[in-house]
Design a protein around this ligand. Structure first.
Ligand code: IMP
Ligand code: MG
Length: 204
């Protein structure tokens, strides 16, 4: 990448011919990630009893694989002692463009009892993934649970939990379009595209 410039992949027609247009540039993403991290840190530090008094009281739980790039940028903007525990959930197997229902694919992080848990995901769509992960993490009786998503899609949710209780921290509200990049995939690809972008209809 050239200094201060764009990722070589972005805007290079030959590299990703299926990309249609950019919805959110990498500069806007970076700015918003910084703001979300600051808000999270403020809110976590304001928790009763504080979160830095005892080791490992904050645990970030990114939902794999979509949240991996967002979460890795987010946690590096959080100057706070925290643990990381991954959970894998699948809901869009293969080429599907609609959620097939969230299924947990990995062990959950253990020992969340009494911790302040922050679930991190790429996008809130039907809401089933976050609803499910909140429920199963809640069974371990953490001190608090919050969820942070980069994107929230403007669609009717199938989850019954109201939006404000599904994700307390939201990067961007987006229209009902299928997006890729910055961790989001279509059929396993485009996670490394550095911006949030739409795909050409003939690529879907
Ligand atoms: P939900 O369970 O329907 O809320 O879906 C959440 C998951 O579906 C996200 O973690 C994404 O992995 C995936 N997803 C939803 N919408 C999109 C999209 O537009 N592009 C890529 N993946 C998506
Ligand atoms: Mg996902």
């Amino acid at each position: 990448m050239s200094e201060g410039g764009r990722h070589p992949a972005a805007g290079t027609p030959g590299a990703f011919p299926e990309i249609e247009r950019t919805l959110i540039s990498r500069e806007r993403i970076a700015q918003r990630v910084h703001e979300l991290a600051a808000r999270l840190c403020d809110d976590l530090r304001a928790q009763k009893g504080g979160v830095e008094s005892a080791a490992g009281q904050v645990v970030m739980v990114p939902i794999m694989s979509g949240a991996m790039i967002f979460a890795s940028d987010l946690v590096r903007e959080m100057p706070l002692k925290l643990g990381l525990g991954l959970v894998a959930v699948s809901s869009y197997p293969g080429k599907s463009l609609a959620s097939k229902g969230a299924v947990i694919q990995s062990e959950l992080p253990a020992d969340l009892a009494g911790k302040h848990v922050v679930i991190v995901d790429d996008i809130l769509d039907s809401g089933q993934t976050i609803e499910l992960v909140r429920k199963i993490i809640g069974e371990q009786k953490p001190a608090s649970i919050r969820a942070c998503v980069l994107l929230r899609k403007d669609v009717p949710r199938t989850a019954t939990t109201p939006d404000e209780q599904l994700a307390e921290y939201v990067g961007f509200d987006i229209p009902d379009e299928f997006v890729v990049g910055y961790g989001l995939d279509y059929n396993g690809y485009y996670r490394n595209y550095p911006e949030i972008a739409t795909l050409r209809k003939d690529a879907l």
